[in-house]
Design a protein around this ligand. Structure first.
Ligand SMILES: [Zn+2]
Ligand SMILES: [Zn+2]
Length: 141
């Protein structure tokens, strides 16, 4: 099973929260990650453990950083999500409705299926929100 297919939605959201909270000089503090997820610090910590074991984040003195593997995983996720958004957009979903629908399926899709959908869509450069879609190619996460 591919890495994204092994992650829960909450784990993926926690990985994105770490990415959003960390700065070039400072890892993400647990409280900041918890605030972004809208959960308590102990609840947020439950998601960080599996991310660390999968090598997606590195934790040191209570601070978390996204690892190179985690960055690849986030790039791959962005591709899954935005290609799925394009697909729903084709059926008349608004950008926000397409986003919600894409979140229902983006983690479950295989790399191969996303590559096929991307090709069928003519290799779109951006999602319905105008955010760039990482190009087709080998799996990054
Ligand atoms: Zn493509
Ligand atoms: Zn989008």
């Amino acid at each position: 099973m591919e890495l994204l297919q092994r992650l829960t939605r909450r784990q993926l959201d926690a990985l994105r929260a770490v990415e959003a909270e960390e700065t070039p000089t400072r890892g993400a503090a647990l409280n900041g990650v918890a605030r972004r997820l809208g959960v308590s610090a102990p609840a947020a910590l439950e998601h960080l453990g599996p991310l660390e074991r999968l090598g997606l984040i590195e934790r040191r003195r209570g601070k978390s950083r996204v690892s190179p593997r985690g960055r690849g995983c986030l790039t791959e996720y962005g591709r899954h999500h935005r290609v799925a958004e394009r697909l729903f957009g084709r059926f008349g979903f608004s950008a926000d409705a397409a986003c919600g629908a894409a979140r229902e399926v983006d983690l479950a899709l295989s790399h191969r299926t996303v590559e096929r959908l991307c090709a069928a869509e003519g290799h779109p450069a951006v999602c319905p929100h105008g955010e760039s879609i990482p190009p087709c190619g080998p799996r990054r996460g």
